[in-house]
Write a protein that binds this ligand. Structure first.
Ligand SMILES: Cc1ncc(COP(=O)(O)O)c(C=O)c1O
Length: 382
């Protein structure tokens, strides 16, 4: 007998992993690959954070912390929010990445059959998290007319008796677009009026190139906010994130965290205490400028090649491009591009089904030099 759960039928692997596996194999064969498929900063973790992690290990911080995280770190996270948005530290839970935070939130909110609205295209794991807890992810198709984001109208249109929550990500993965503050405020009121819960994934906050993105906590304290040390803080491999929840849900979150993962990594938590120091913040601000320069190079270069990117993405490190001028099968296009030129990109299929075969995602988490080389190979290929 080989038992396996039915829920696996609703959970897809990352299609980009096929690309990444092929890219790695090509590199082993000695071929040069330009990575524009990767969803993490190319910079190493800031030295001061690394050093704090080493000291934590050397001084014996190798035991469990409380399930909701180190008190000092919860306080530091809370204090880092602007004053008018600042939650009490008791509402902050430190988690194994934003991934851990999203799982705790969905575990705390979803009953079997409950619906959660989310944008398509969107971050692929979200629909799978909802399925994991036997809820029903409702992928709402979005396009450039709404900045590739949900808005209050779409929420009203897709709300049913079974809807319990709406999930937003601003800036978004894969589009890098942000939800304008007025729109965010209207979504909050719309969800509240229906007795639902709003979850806002702010993992790409910090990596915003226009004016600073406002946290949803500036508009309401009665929602869930997810964030992470992965992207802006450059700590993907340390597996550390957080959530802010209404106080009414904190004992549920605590109980779930105790059971599901006990606590986030202890040395990583001690290291992250250093992330908010002026020295590290200065370094991160410099890196943000580098990301902006890369975006400002890659966006016009891809448009010139014939990719359609209708909006200037304001954040994250992705460009979501309509490739229908070249193909109606973005997965085959990405594989052929890799095979023939060594340029790795992510097919739209990873982010949902709405016009996925006509889209690809370019990541600019790579050096300007490599991006230029990638564009030159793309030009020859096309
Ligand atoms: C929108 C979004 N949310 C959450 C995550 C998960 O990040 P982590 O678990 O590393 O914090 C990612 C990672 O790519 C993401 O793009």
């Amino acid at each position: 007998m080989n038992p396996s759960a039915k829920r696996l039928l609703n959970i897809e692997p990352f299609h980009v992993m096929d690309i990444l596996a092929r890219a790695r194999a090509m590199e082993r064969e000695g071929r040069s690959v330009i990575h524009m498929e990767i969803g993490e900063p190319d910079f190493p973790t800031a030295p001061a954070i690394v050093q704090a992690g080493i000291v934590a290990l050397q001084t014996g911080h190798t035991h469990y912390t409380p399930a909701l995280g180190l008190t000092e770190l919860r306080a530091a996270i809370a204090t880092n929010y602007p004053e008018q948005a600042r939650p009490d530290a008791s509402r902050v839970a430190v988690t194994p990445g934003a991934s851990g935070a999203l799982q705790l939130i969905f575990a705390a909110l979803i009953n079997p059959g409950d619906q959660v609205l989310m944008a398509d295209p969107g971050y692929p794991c979200n629909r799978h998290f909802v399925s994991l807890f036997e809820g029903q992810p409702v992928a709402v198709p979005v396009d450039a007319t709404t900045g590739y984001q949900l808005n209050a109208n779409l929420v009203r249109q897709h709300w049913t008796k079974r809807t319990v929550a709406v999930l937003l990500a601003s800036p978004s993965n894969p589009t890098g677009t942000i939800i304008p503050t007025k729109e965010l405020d209207e979504i909050i009121r719309t969800v509240e009026a229906r007795g639902g819960v709003l979850i806002v994934d702010e993992i790409y906050h910090g990596l915003v190139y226009a004016e600073e993105a406002m946290t949803a906590l500036s508009y309401s304290q009665n929602l869930f906010v997810v964030n992470s040390f992965s992207k802006y803080y450059g700590m993907t491999g340390w597996r550390l994130g957080w959530l802010v929840a209404p106080i009414s849900h904190m004992s549920a979150i605590d109980k779930l965290a105790q059971n599901i993962f006990l606590a986030a990594s202890t040395p990583a938590q001690y290291a992250a205490l250093t992330a908010f120091t002026p020295e590290v913040q200065r370094e991160l601000a410099k890196r943000r400028e580098i990301f902006r320069e890369r975006r400002d190079y890659l966006l016009p270069a891809l448009r010139e090649l014939g990719f359609e990117i209708p909006l200037v993405p304001q954040g994250a490190f992705y460009l979501y491009a309509d490739c229908s001028r070249f193909t109606q099968d973005s997965q085959a296009f990405a594989l052929e591009l890799l095979e023939k030129t060594g340029v790795a990109i992510t097919p739209g299929l990873d982010f949902g089904s709405h016009r996925a075969a006509q889209h690809v995602r370019f990541s600019y988490a790579n050096t300007l030099e490599n991006l230029q080389e990638g564009v030159s190979r793309l030009r020859n290929f096309l």
